[in-house]
Design a protein around this ligand. Structure first.
Ligand code: AMP
Length: 592
């Protein structure tokens, strides 16, 4: 790997980026920087947000700008006002030790007069949204005849947003001698057209699937019926107490509705969509950036300029109409080398879209189960206990009161006291999830069905057993299947469906016609020295809109993946030796 020094950047730029904390170039920077420093050729770079693309084009452009001339030499076009500001801020940081360079962001929704004033003073680099740039060109305030570099950042997004004519107009006003750089997360037909029309034999580079961002993102999907989507969303959030998420919806109305419902259910959420004024949007984004909000519900357009590096989860409340939009959505997490989770909540008929998305992102989606109410309760309980343990005590303030407090609790044992504190936090929560439904539904025409066909699975009619053993007894799907294969009361060849191992207990799907036999065999057995108890799982109704209140956890740095036990599936389980296993993981079964 080359260092920034070896890429040929000036010492004053090296000093600035070192100060920002960039130690080594990202893959896209390693390719783009020498290209821009050493050649005049046009460049197409396939890169997502999070790949370090701003510095990839920014550093070499800054390196070559003539600071002695105040003519506009570089123009960066990007889809949103927020992104324009972000890029300009990044450029300001990169030029901290460079001889005075003026970088001016220009965008709609703000007074054009101020921007014209700044332009009159001279700005060597202009970063703008296409509409405002066209306006400034038409008013003859922005002069492009000395432009040497044109950067089209997030070209696919600009085209999706309908800036095609504006881009044509701007590009046709720049000199032919310019070097054009096009950055795009996806290569659509429209992007290709722009490159054909305005670029000369461009070189193509890609940070491809290997870029920092994409590599660190894991993709999961949950299959639920339409009416259960909101409940599934809440369970996913509840299963991740330190979630810091962005939830994408399709329409402004849906965005508002989901956000309202979350707020009325006690979550720390707000929304971002086009019906809000710019001031309202700025306020919401500010609260989200500061982590005063844990969940931001947004439309694609409204969320475009949002630059937040440590989002833990991107949740697609539905799959976007334009499948490629998924790439942008998921690119909001897994940024700057961090890990991220992208989730799609889909309906039973959406399997085809998931398969198409897998092709686009070049990675598989993992099918996951919406966690059962019991699992959510357990997760929240232990998260609460962790927080209690981490809570700092202000001895000075508390000590004078301790005698009094101890007197009040004098009649309670330690166990009673713990139970009371836990109940104070949890009674409403327990009530809410008591008898909660299984929200998962089978995928139609998807992986389950495919496998079922190949494996000749029968009706898929499973009964679910509750077992009193779980992770803490060293149980996993492999050891459970192995254990069951060792029980001679279980006849050969029984299909096992989903296995859901939780910390203290598990759920096991078995062919319904063998439910009793398996249950009896398990009830007569011991696993790892512990008497096993198996009983049919019971279900009930789930109340929506409970009035329970959820504390804001303000987001610690917990890795969502380290603790969430509900996602992912095991590979093939180990079976006990022998020719025909008593139980086998069904070809259609989903194991966890
Ligand atoms: P971008 O793709 O330009 O939106 O950058 C994503 C994030 O990565 C930003 O927060 C950058 O500050 C950060 N970043 C960019 N280049 C590097 C690098 N070489 N080393 C560490 N962080 C970087």
């Amino acid at each position: 790997m080359l260092t920034f020094e070896e890429l040929g950047l000036k010492p004053e730029i090296l000093k600035a980026i070192l100060e920002i904390g960039f130690e080594n170039p990202t893959p896209i920077q390693e390719k783009t920087i020498p290209h821009l420093l050493n050649t005049n050729k046009d460049l197409i770079a396939l890169a997502q947000t999070g790949s370090g693309k701003t510095a990839a084009f920014g550093l070499p452009v800054i390196n070559q700008i003539d600071a002695d001339s105040n003519k506009t030499q570089a123009i960066i076009l990007c889809p949103t006002r927020e992104l324009a500001i972000q890029i300009a801020n990044d450029f300001d940081a990169f030029t901290k030790y460079t001889k005075k360079l003026d970088v001016l962001p220009v965008y709609g929704g703000a007074s054009i007069e101020g921007q014209i004033k700044s332009l009159n003073k001279g700005a060597q680099i202009v970063v703008g949204t296409p509409g405002r740039v066209v306006d400034l060109i038409n008013r003859k305030k922005l002069k492009l005849e000395d432009i040497q570099w044109v950067v089209l950042d997030e070209a696919d997004e600009m085209l999706n947003m309908g800036f095609k004519d504006d881009l044509d107009f701007i590009l046709s006003h720049t000199p032919e001698t310019r070097q054009t750089l096009l950055f795009s997360a996806t290569m659509s037909k429209e992007v290709l057209r722009i490159s054909n029309d305005y670029m000369e034999s461009p070189e193509e580079i890609s940070s491809g699937k290997r870029n920092q961002g994409a590599d660190k993102i894991e993709h999961y999907y949950y299959v639920v019926n339409g009416r259960d989507k909101y409940l599934a969303l809440k369970r996913i959030a509840d299963m991740n107490p330190n979630i810091y998420a962005i939830i994408f919806c399709r329409t402004r109305r849906e965005t508002q509705e989901i956000s309202d419902a979350l707020v009325s259910d006690g979550y720390n959420a707000d929304c971002l969509h086009g019906d809000l004024s710019q001031a309202q949007r700025d306020a919401v984004m500010g609260r989200y950036r500061k982590r005063h909000l844990q969940m931001l519900v947004a439309t694609d357009v409204a969320a475009r300029g949002l630059d937040v590096t440590d989002i833990t989860h991107v949740i697609n409340y539905n799959i976007p109409d334009e499948l490629e939009t998924y790439v942008h959505r998921s690119g909001r997490t897994g940024r700057a080398g961090k890990e991220g989770i992208s989730i799609a909540i889909v309906g039973p008929k959406d399997s085809g879209k998931i398969r198409q998305l897998e092709k686009i992102i070049g990675k598989p989606f993992v099918k996951s189960e919406v966690p059962a109410g019991e699992a959510v309760i357990e997760k929240q309980l232990f998260s609460f206990i962790d927080k209690v343990l981490e809570t700092e005590v202000d001895e000075k303030q508390l000590n004078p009161l301790m005698e009094n407090i101890s007197d009040r609790f004098a009649d309670l044992s330690r166990e009673e006291l713990i139970k009371k504190f836990v109940s104070l936090e949890f009674n409403k929560f327990l009530e809410y999830y008591k008898n909660s439904n299984d929200l998962n539904t089978r995928e139609r025409g998807g992986r389950d069905a495919d496998r079922g066909d190949r494996g000749g699975r029968k009706s898929g009619n499973y009964a679910t057993l509750f077992l009193n053993i779980g992770e803490k007894d060293n149980l996993n799907s492999g050891t459970l299947l192995g254990f069951m294969n060792g029980l001679k009361e279980i006849p050969n060849g029984i299909d096992i469906g989903k296995i859901d191992i939780q910390r203290n207990f598990s759920f096991l799907e078995v062919e319904a016609r063998h439910e009793k036999t398996v249950m009896n065999a398990l009830n007569d057995s011991e696993f790892d020295g512990r008497k096993v108890s198996a009983e049919p799982k019971t279900g009930g109704g789930e109340r929506k809109g409970s009035d329970r209140r959820r504390r804001s956890s303000g987001g610690s740095g917990e890795s969502p993946r380290a603790k969430s036990g509900f996602k992912g599936r095991f590979g093939d389980s180990k079976r006990s030796s022998g020719s025909r296993p008593r139980v086998k993981a069904s070809s259609g079964g989903r194991r966890k």
